[in-house]
Design a protein. Structure first.
Ligand code: C5P
Length: 301
């Protein structure tokens, strides 16, 4: 049996550039993994089977083809011709439609797990980056994890040095998920000239360019150094559920959050905290029957 962690992510910056001819959007973003993680267990079996233990109240993760894990298995089998079936058991701690990348991370962890097991069986490894991009835009990042600058529709991933383990409080309204496709559609971005976005071209996403430089130069040593860089283009009235999220944001700010930040296209909001005690204070004060709350840290691998 092989056990692999599948961490959640936070977008420290998320700038959505033009809409592309293929329906996706070019983005410029800095992703960082968190210490909130799902877990995938792969056990050789007579036939392929997926089971899920949902630890987030109210979440019902599908075990059929809608689950990204099936896509990962099918693409891996196609690319390698290796048809050894597995029982894959997922323990889900990352909520879905929350902007934390749970489904994408699960798929990436299964790709990595299958690759490791295939190598042990003498099967040559395929290019996981290509398979990952076919599963979903965020999946390539999760093959690396840590901190990275992400461009294109998500397939260009440039690693950055990881940040210190800063504390955040995540707050998600219970039962409210946001469809990523709908959130992108509502942004109404103009058509882009190109399908590519040069990740080294800082002006493509000015906030992302600036933060990426500061991270490279090791200038982000405290949460106070980071707070002024955080941004997310999905924040605002274009997001269908924004009205619902405003009171949560206000409450986090009133409790002294250094900065609040929408995670991906929502519905989770993250509050950057001074330290662990500050995070635990905010968590205690935010606790209510309408919110799911987590205290998390940035984590590199
Ligand atoms: O790639 P993924 O399946 O995760 O994306 C879900 C939807 O989000 C896409 O169908 C697309 O509408 C939108 N999207 C986008 N541009 C991206 C990533 C996602 O428009 N870079």
């Amino acid at each position: 049996m092989l056990i692999i962690q599948a961490p959640a992510k936070i977008n420290l910056t998320l700038e959505v550039l033009g809409r592309r001819a293929d329906g996706y959007h070019n983005l410029s973003s800095i992703f960082h993994t968190l210490n909130l993680a799902d877990e995938a267990r792969l056990t050789p079996a007579d036939e392929m089977r997926l089971s899920v233990e949902d630890q987030v109240e109210g979440c019902e993760t599908p075990v059929d083809e809608r689950n990204t894990v099936w896509k990962a298995v099918a693409l891996f089998q196609q690319a390698t011709g290796w048809e050894q079936p597995f029982h894959i058991h997922l323990t889900k701690r990352i909520p879905s439609e929350a902007g934390l990348g749970g489904g994408s991370s699960d798929a990436a962890s299964v790709l990595k797990g299958l690759c490791q097991l295939a190598q042990q069986a003498g099967v040559p490894s395929p290019s996981l980056m290509e398979l990952a991009a076919q599963i979903g835009s965020d999946v390539p990042f999760f093959l690396l994890g840590g901190c990275a600058r992400v461009a294109g529709r998500g397939e260009t991933v440039v690693p950055l040095p990881p940040l210190p383990p800063f504390y955040w409080v995540l707050a998600k309204p219970k039962g409210i998920g946001i469809s990523t496709a709908e959130a992108y559609r509502r942004l109404q971005r103009p058509l882009a000239d190109t399908m590519e976005e040069d990740p080294l071209f800082a002006a493509a996403g000015p906030h992302t360019g600036r933060l990426s430089q500061s991270i490279d130069r090791r200038r982000i040593e405290t949460p106070e150094n980071l707070m002024g860089y955080l941004c997310n283009d999905f924040e605002g009235d274009a997001l269908p559920e924004w009205e619902l999220l405003i009171p949560i944001q206000k409450r986090l700010k009133s409790l002294g959050a250094l900065k609040t930040l929408l995670c991906g296209s929502g519905s989770t909001q993250a509050a950057l905290c001074r330290d662990r005690f500050h995070a635990l204070d905010i968590e205690r004060d935010m606790r209510s029957c309408e919110l799911d709350i987590w205290v998390v840290q940035l984590r590199s691998r």
